[in-house]
Design a binder for this molecule. Structure first.
Ligand code: HC1
Ligand code: SF4
Length: 562
């Protein structure tokens, strides 16, 4: 067996690609600012330096382990280096910590405290740059960038976008957009993954809470909330509730305490999406339409990616609005009908989402109700946690409550939208019809579940079978598109989610390195098991809507964007 010696103790080498991973396995929390195992190794921050037997200093993230190697992780020299690195970073860093969006959640702040930094002896060596507030989803503050490059590698390696990169040399080096353009004018798709991974406040997620509080305090506005599937299994992370716990009931009561007038579940909207999207697929199959596969359209970062990079595929992208927009349209329509003959109050729909691209989606020209955005505000799971703290609610203790009627029922199929493969599983249940009720376990074993970047599924359909692919992460999506376009593979239906793992790992969720995917997806599937309606078509709310508010051509008008 191979082993190395870390701080005098032998530790087995079990296939780790660098000594950092061996050190961390040994229980030592070696600091890093630029290392994520899912991204390529950059070795820029030098915080992970270790000392060899002969006094040689090496970055542990980029040194492969060798049998018999002896290293130390904590020596006076290493301590001096780490403190100096931090001090130099802080010297050129805007240190307005108390008002920074990342206060208490900043790795640099955390390390400065951990290494006992008391003073920064050096002057800043660059002039302060302007912030870039052009995006609806993210803010960029170059004065807080430590050039670790995590965002650059995330944007290009995982998302295949490359909207940001290094520019200039030496101490002038910056991470910026091409020609320093405002990020909203680049090919950025608003996925927010750069902000999720940024260790400091250099890229943060837009905070839209002030406008929302204003509406909540306004007596003439009826504020209606809808909660996305993935939020319920992640919000608990912010309050030390065990990972993956479904806290839907607590969210509902917290929202009521904060002044929301009505609270609904986006999963009810997802049931409408399943019905509309499955019908669209079945109609295409019936017609022998050559615009197959049908790509899903509920992920706004994916739709934006397709618009920028694959305009030739837009006819293949479903015409369905996302569940958030479908439920939003229904809520606005109902409000309009209810308002007739009464003193009009404004109804505003607020979406609570795991996603930053939803902040962009709500402002799209094709997502309006009348002449205003259907959804007034889209806030993230983390913003909701901040609201709860600001309101002084003890989330851990709050008693759960049920969502409101008439839109209080969602099927399990609608709920699992929040995890990669969930849309597909829900659509399969629909196309199989009532039969699906007896085959729920079989469907779950077709290959739709799990975290592979690409999953392929075959399900029987009429006399033949449907061929389906599920991808998450835009790089995985691009690879699949290349194969489809070269004729190497053929599918009838493709589910795309821009974030690896699906919405449970959205950039608006509390950040943990692995995004707690197993726990969060287990929480989603448990909610499905516990729901008494399994099929979207059997959701009585959907049925009532199709017979009422959505009757006739209203369904197409309200639920589709093209
Ligand atoms: Fe999602 Fe969706 S699944 S896109 O990840 O289709 O955000 O949770 O709400 O709209 O339902 C997000 C989640 C969410 C929509 C649904
Ligand atoms: Fe890249 Fe997504 Fe960040 Fe835009 S939001 S810069 S696409 S990682």
């Amino acid at each position: 067996k191979k082993f190395m010696v870390i701080d005098g103790l032998p530790v087995a080498i079990e296939g780790e690609k660098n000594i950092l991973d061996v050190i961390r396995k040994a229980g030592i929390d070696l600091p890093t600012l630029c290392y994520y195992s899912a991204l390529s190794t950059y070795g820029a921050c030098r915080m992970c330096v270790v000392e060899g037997k002969h006094g040689e200093i090496m970055a542990s993230c980029s040194t492969p382990p060798r049998s018999g190697m002896e290293i130390k992780t904590n020596t006076p020299r290493l301590q001096k280096y780490r403190r100096m690195i931090l001090e130099l970073m802080l010297a050129d860093h805007c240190r307005d910590c108390t008002t920074c969006e990342k206060n208490f959640d900043c790795k640099l702040q955390d390390l400065a405290q951990r290494f006992g930094l008391k003073d920064v002896r050096f002057e800043p060596y660059s002039i302060w740059d302007e912030k870039d507030e052009s995006s609806l989803s993210i803010s960029r503050d170059p004065n807080k960038c430590i050039i670790c490059g995590d965002c650059v590698r995330m944007c290009s390696e995982i998302q295949n976008v490359g909207a940001i990169d290094y520019a200039y040399r030496g101490s002038n080096m910056q991470v910026t957009t091409a020609f320093n353009m405002p990020i909203s004018e680049t090919n950025c798709v608003n996925c927010g993954q750069c902000a999720a991974i940024c260790p400091t406040g250099a890229i943060t997620i837009k905070n839209d809470l002030d406008a929302l509080w204003e509406d909540l305090y306004d007596d003439d506005t009826i504020v209606v909330a809808q909660i996305a599937p993935a939020v319920r299994v992640a919000l608990g992370d912010e309050f030390d509730i065990p990972k993956g716990t479904n806290v839907m009931g607590k969210i509902v009561s917290a929202l009521r305490r904060m002044g929301f007038d009505e609270v609904y579940d986006t999963a009810t909207g997802a049931d409408l999406t399943v019905i509309e999207e499955a019908r669209e697929l079945m109609a295409k199959l019936e017609k022998g339409d050559n615009k197959l596969p049908l790509f899903t359209s509920c992920c706004p970062a994916w739709v934006r990616y397709a618009e920028i990079n694959h305009p030739e595929l837009l006819d293949n992208v479903s015409s369905c609005k996302s569940p958030m927009e479908m439920l939003g349209s229904v809520l606005k329509e109902r409000a309009k009908l209810n308002e007739k003959g009464k003193k009009p109050k404004k109804t505003k729909v607020v979406a609570i989402m795991p996603c930053t691209a939803k902040k962009y989606e709500i402002h799209r020209d094709d997502m309006t109700y009348g002449d205003e955005p259907t959804i007034a505000h889209s806030i993230t799971t983390v913003e909701l946690a901040n609201m709860i703290r600001e309101a002084g609610l003890r989330f851990e203790e709050i008693m759960p409550e049920a969502v409101d009627m008439p839109f209080g029922i969602a099927s399990g199929a609608g709920i699992i939208f929040g995890v990669t493969g969930g849309v597909t599983e829900a659509v399969i249940r629909y196309v199989m019809g009532e039969e699906a009720r007896y085959h729920l376990a079989d469907i779950s074993f077709t290959g739709v579940r799990g975290f592979d970047g690409l999953k392929e599924v075959k399900v029987p359909y009429k006399d033949g079978e449907l061929s389906i692919a599920v991808v998450s992460g835009l790089k995985n999506a691009e690879n699949l598109i290349q194969k489809i376009q070269s004729g190497e593979v053929h599918y009838d239906f493709v589910e795309v989610m821009a974030c690896e793992g699906g919405c449970i790992a959205g950039a608006g969720q509390p950040f943990v390195v692995d995004r707690a995917k197993p726990e969060r997806s287990a929480g989603m599937y448990e909610a499905d098991r516990m729901s008494n309606v399994k099929l979207s078509a059997e959701n009585p709310v959907a049925e009532a809507l199709y017979n009422g508010l959505l009757a006739g051509d209203k369904a197409h008008h309200l639920l589709h964007y093209k």
